[in-house]
Ligand binder design. Structure first.
Ligand code: ADP
Ligand code: FRU
Length: 317
């Protein structure tokens, strides 16, 4: 019995999602603009962003009990913009019923935010991310959390040295037979983060993005799964999402060949921002209920396919 089957048998408990939260300022353009041009937008809105925050919100919408763990600033009284941003994401997370009790609040720093250009012709998103002054999560922050309340902990692959220590804490916890096993998932999305691969070693579910795989020389999802399986433990599920092509998946040590699951495109693709975060939520949701990997990947592709047909995440409620 692998960790996933064990934890489902014992309790379909709470999930913790560890990583980034930010504000996404989304501008919807008729088409991708020319540099130096002057054109009107079709619309503009704010939404909560960040991989781990998006994933936790979708997991909650799917009916899971979920907490988010990340860093947010306590803006100075004089920082009007900061006050608004922090108030906005707190309200949003509350509306999605995501637990925020573990969140680390640090005085004076600015909340990260992304300026996102959405091309309404094809739903593509171009992200310009801004981060300055807000210290990343540290192992010491994570050490304060009572992890026994969780059956699954998901880690976004950032600030790798500290996150690796967090993962190792869960591995140590799991090695004590008196504890119920916590399933570990890891997502590697951003290509340029050194030593990211080390995070895969302990994952029960490893998810690698197309960006990450392509940056490292892979030219297909199947090739990426094959390659990253080499860094994962026996029994780990390895998944690589590849945009409109769907996703590939396989289990380390299994005789079953790596499988390619197609995408499920809606009639019209309008917004691909957060498609990967939604896909991941679908995967964790389905796997945490003990579903086979291929069924979980199909569910995740269907969920993400539904999401890209709408702006934001509200249609998934
Ligand atoms: P990211 O947001 O990390 O770039 P991807 O673009 O790889 O993520 O998308 C994740 C999943 O979302 C894909 O595996 C697919 O199932 C779904 N998806 C993304 N883009 C489309 C699309 N244009 N049509 C249908 N499904 C899509
Ligand atoms: C989407 C996303 C956005 C955020 C950006 C950060 O996957 O989480 O919400 O602005 O990525 O890189």
């Amino acid at each position: 019995m692998n960790n996933i089957e064990k934890s489902v048998k014992q309790h379909c408990g709470k999930i913790l999602s560890v990583g980034l939260i930010c504000v996404d300022v989304v501008s919807v353009a008729k088409q991708y603009p020319k540099e130096g041009g002057d054109s009107r937008l079709l619309g503009t809105h704010w939404q909560k962003g960040g991989n781990a925050a998006n994933t936790s919100a979708v997991l909650s919408m799917l009916g899971n009990k979920v907490d988010f763990f990340g860093a947010i600033p306590i803006p100075k009284k004089s920082d009007f913009h900061g006050q608004i941003c922090v108030g906005f994401i707190k309200d949003k997370m509350e509306s999605y019923k995501v637990g925020m009790d573990n969140v680390v609040e640090r005085a004076g720093d600015a909340l990260p935010f992304s300026t996102v250009l959405n091309n309404s012709e094809n739903g593509s998103r171009t992200i310009l991310h801004y981060r300055k002054g807000l210290e990343e999560l540290k192992y010491d922050d994570f050490a304060k959390i009572d992890i026994s309340q969780y059956s699954w902990i998901h880690f976004e692959g950032r600030n790798i040295t500290e996150v690796l220590k967090m993962v190792e804490r869960v591995v140590l916890y799991n090695s004590d037979d008196r504890h119920e096993t916590i399933t570990i998932s890891v997502e590697l999305e951003k290509p340029r983060r050194a030593n990211s691969i080390e995070l895969l070693t302990h994952a029960d579910l490893a998810v690698v993005s197309q960006d990450f795989a392509e940056f490292n020389g892979m030219s297909s999802a199947v090739e990426a799964v094959q390659y990253y399986m080499g860094s994962c433990k026996t029994g780990a599920a390895v998944v690589c999402a590849w945009g409109a092509a769907g996703a590939a998946s396989g289990v380390v040590g299994s005789s079953k060949p790596i499988e390619m699951t197609p995408a499920f495109p809606p009639k019209c693709v309008v917004d691909t921002l957060g498609a990967g975060d939604t896909f991941l939520a679908g995967l964790v949701h389905s796997r945490s209920r003990g579903h086979h990997l291929s069924a979980a990947v199909e569910f995740a592709c269907r969920l993400a396919g539904c999401k890209v047909g709408f702006y934001g995440y509200e249609a998934l409620r």
